[in-house]
Design a protein around this ligand. Structure first.
Ligand SMILES: C[S@@+](CC[C@H](N)C(=O)[O-])C[C@H]1O[C@@H](n2cnc3c(N)ncnc32)[C@H](O)[C@@H]1O
Length: 257
């Protein structure tokens, strides 16, 4: 079923969602419309207006919508050749302690992958994983993964996990820490100062202005010489203008001011 609505209905729904705490203004509209349309279908709402009325009464529905709209696809060692680049950068530039921010980390696979590589290199680290979706972060904090989540983890990295019941559990790190906190890259100030920001497959969902604002915000959290690690399919054509140089595929180095 395709639900008919006009631009006024759409704007009214966006305003109502905003007041309820669901901030969608950064997203590309066509994609958001597709996703919201399929949520309406799935939940059986005949109109945007009816969905909004029900959302005011039903917190569970609200959380379901939030989780549905923010796409959480992730995996350990996602796009392996790029993690080789990460490894090479970290290995060649030992620091007293790597401060790393995984922004838009979903259930944490990316933050954990960074931790596993640093641990393997014997380098000290603090990884902060953030996401705007509190529900998915709960899963990240548990550090328990289904067997299928580990499908693409190379054998050599599996010693980082141990079987606990029907789940795999992340073993404690010796050289570093991993923590997760709620954070919205569009609305919030960066949660600290970092040597590297990993923000992969997040800003591709944002329209040009929002994407640019987020890139500026991520850049502001980096020390001079800090690295920005973007997704495999993301371009950063304006990297020079924003004070970065390409260091390796998908990894950009912030030039000194
Ligand atoms: C496709 S996942 C990418 C996960 C991981 N970075 C990776 O590449 O495997 C996108 C994540 O970005 C999060 N996200 C979307 N909008 C966000 C925002 N404004 N602030 C923070 N996180 C956001 C979503 O909740 C989702 O978990």
């Amino acid at each position: 079923m395709t639900i008919a609505y006009d631009d006024r209905d759409w704007q009214a729904a966006m305003r109502a969602l905003e007041t309820m705490g669901l901030h969608l203004s950064a997203y590309k509209r066509p994609q958001l419309e597709r996703r919201l349309g399929s949520f309406l279908d799935r939940e059986g709402f005949p109109s945007l207006e009816r969905m909004v009325s029900q959302l005011r009464l039903d917190r569970e529905l609200f959380l379901r919508l939030h989780t549905y709209l923010t796409i959480h696809v992730t995996e350990f060692f996602r796009d392996p050749p790029y993690w080789e680049q990460f490894r090479a950068v970290v290995e060649a530039n030992p620091l007293k302690r790597w401060r790393i921010w995984s922004a838009g980390c979903s259930w944490g696979a990316e933050a954990v992958t960074a931790g596993l590589i640093l641990e393997n290199l014997g380098q000290r680290f603090e990884v902060t994983g953030t996401d705007s979706d509190a529900v998915v972060l709960e899963r990240a904090r548990k550090g328990l993964y289904r067997t299928s989540d580990l499908d693409k983890v190379p054998d050599s990295w599996r010693s980082g996990f141990r079987l606990r019941g029907e789940y795999y559990e992340l073993m404690p790190f010796k050289f570093g820490t991993l923590r997760f906190q709620t954070h919205d890259v569009v609305r919030d100030d960066p949660p600290g100062v970092f040597d590297m920001v990993i923000c992969r497959n997040v800003i591709i969902y944002f329209h040009t202005d929002a994407r640019r604002r987020v890139l500026h915000s991520l850049a502001s959290s980096l020390v001079p010489g800090g690295r920005l690690f973007l997704g495999a399919t993301e371009t950063f054509l304006e990297c020079r203008d924003m004070g970065f140089e390409v260091e390796r595929p998908s990894i950009y180095r912030k030039l000194s001011e």
